[in-house]
Ligand binder design. Structure first.
Ligand SMILES: O=C(O)c1cc(=O)[nH]c(=O)n1[C@@H]1O[C@H](COP(=O)(O)O)[C@@H](O)[C@H]1O
Length: 225
C-alpha cells in the first residue's frame, strides 16, 4: 500500500528541496509543494521535483472568481499534479470551475478552515459558531460542487468522513506528541488523523526541520503501520 504520508517541502531553495525529497523518499507517499516553493520556482521547479518519482501535491490554495480559477487550473494541468488545492470559501461555482478544468488524474481538494486558526480567530474572520460547524458547512458545499474532497484538521476529519464516505480528506497541521506546534492550532498526531479517516497526512516542519529528516520521516511512518 502506498503511504498516506506527504512531506510538505516548504523552502524557496531548489537544491534543499530536492535533497530533502531524495532523503525522505523511501518513507513517504508523496511531496507537497506550496506557495513558498512555487513562488520561487514556478512550473520548472515542479517538474524538477517530479523527477524524484513521487506523486506531487500542488498546494496553491487558489481563491478567486470562477473564470480566473478555472483558467489557472487549466494552466497548471500540464504539470499533472496528483492533488491541487483551492479554497472552499471561493464558493460553489468556483469549486465546480476548478474541477471542470482539471485533468481526471488530479484530485481537487478544497481548504475549509486553515489549521492555523482556532475558536478565538473565528469571530475575527466573520465566522459565527465553531470550527466543526464551519468545516462541516464547507465540506458539504465542496461535496455538492463536485470536487474530490477537502482539507481540514484532524479534529474535524472523522465527522467529515462520516458525512462524505467516499471523500478524499487531506489533513495537515499534524504533530508527533513531542513536536513544537509552531503556528498550528488544531493539531493532532499523524496516527490519530489516520484513525479518524484521513486519506493524506501532510507533515512539514517536524520532518524538514529535524536534524535527520529521513529518520524523522521514518519514525512518523512507523507510527502508521
Ligand atoms: O493546504 C494545506 O496543505 C494546509 C492547509 C491548512 O489548513 N494548514 C496547513 O498547514 N496546510 C499546509 O500544510 C503544511 C503544514 O506544515 P507544517 O506545519 O510545517 O507541518 C504547510 O505547507 C501548510 O501550507
Amino acid at each position: 500500500m502506498t503511504s498516506p504520508l506527504f512531506v510538505a517541502v516548504d523552502t524557496p531553495d531548489l537544491d534543499r528541496a530536492r535533497a530533502l525529497a531524495d532523503a525522505v523518499a523511501p518513507h513517504v507517499g508523496g511531496l507537497k509543494l506550496g506557495l513558498e516553493f512555487f513562488s520561487a520556482h514556478g512550473a520548472p521547479g515542479i517538474r524538477a521535483m517530479a523527477d524524484v518519482g513521487l506523486p506531487i501535491f500542488l498546494d496553491l490554495k487558489l481563491h478567486d472568481i470562477p473564470n480566473t480559477v478555472g483558467k489557472a487550473v487549466a494552466a497548471l494541468a500540464p504539470l499533472s499534479p496528483a492533488i491541487l488545492t483551492v479554497h472552499a470559501a471561493g464558493g460553489r461555482a468556483m469549486l465546480a470551475a476548478a474541477r471542470a478544468a482539471a485533468p481526471a488524474s488530479t484530485r481537487i481538494v478544497a481548504v475549509t478552515l486553515l489549521t492555523s486558526l482556532d475558536a478565538d480567530d473565528l469571530p475575527t474572520i466573520g465566522v459565527a459558531g465553531d470550527a466543526a460547524g464551519q468545516v462541516g458547512r464547507l465540506a458539504e458545499l465542496s461535496r455538492q460542487a463536485g470536487v474530490d474532497g477537502i482539507v481540514c484538521s484532524g479534529a474535524e476529519v472523522a465527522a467529515a468522513r462520516a458525512a462524505w464516505p467516499d471523500g478524499y480528506f487531506v489533513v495537515p497541521g499534524l504533530r508527533p506528541a513531542d513536536a513544537a506546534l509552531g503556528d498550528q492550532k488544531r493539531a493532532v498526531t499523524p496516527r490519530a488523523a489516520l484513525d479518524a479517516g484521513a486519506s493524506v497526512l501532510v507533515v512539514g516542519r517536524p520532518i524538514t526541520d529535524a536534524s535527520d529528516p529521513a529518520d524523522a520521516a521514518r519514525a512518523i511512518a512507523a507510527t502508521l503501520g
